[in-house]
Design a protein around this ligand. Structure first.
Ligand code: HEC
Length: 117
């Protein structure tokens, strides 16, 4: 009995140390090889007046996982659905989720500057 307890103790102490380096490699690998496909990234030129704050929020929140995308990637009809999917990822991965008023500004920015179709 006593022997097992000691082994358990040792395991708990050593595990985080071992995991750190493995996780670093995995993170790098993930970022390089399997990063989400945001094909057109954000740039601040040509942003419609009144949506600058939403633009800043996109840069802040959306770049937690990949480059902040250009609003031109989707139409105004498509963006809310994409946003809801992204918010699900944020919750699942325990990233910072936009507050209610920030969410309104983000969606407005995306819709107003969206691809016209
Ligand atoms: C918690 C991580 C995470 C955050 C934060 C995040 N995304 Fe994503 N995003 C992903 C993942 C994973 C994918 C690839 C899988 C997919 O498309 O569902 C992706 C793919 C995308 C794509 C390409 C796929 C498509 O449907 O066009 C766009 C555009 C996008 N994200 C927009 C956004 C926007 C806008 C925000 C900020 C509001 C955001 N993302 C924040 C994880 C995230």
């Amino acid at each position: 009995m006593r022997r097992w307890k000691q082994a358990g103790f040792f395991f708990v102490i050593m595990l985080p140390v071992a995991c750190d380096s493995v996780q670093d490699v995995a993170d790098n690998h993930h970022a390089r090889m399997h990063g989400p496909a945001v094909t057109e990234t954000d740039d601040s030129s040509g942003i419609k007046a009144g949506t600058e704050q939403g633009h800043e929020l996109v840069q802040r929140y959306c770049s937690q996982c990949h480059d902040a995308p250009s609003a031109k990637l989707h139409t105004a009809e498509e963006w809310p659905g994409v946003f809801v999917r992204m918010q699900g990822y944020m919750q699942a991965r325990e990233k910072t989720v936009p507050l209610d008023d920030e969410r309104v500004m983000i969606i407005e920015y995306l819709e107003v500057n969206a691809r016209q179709d």
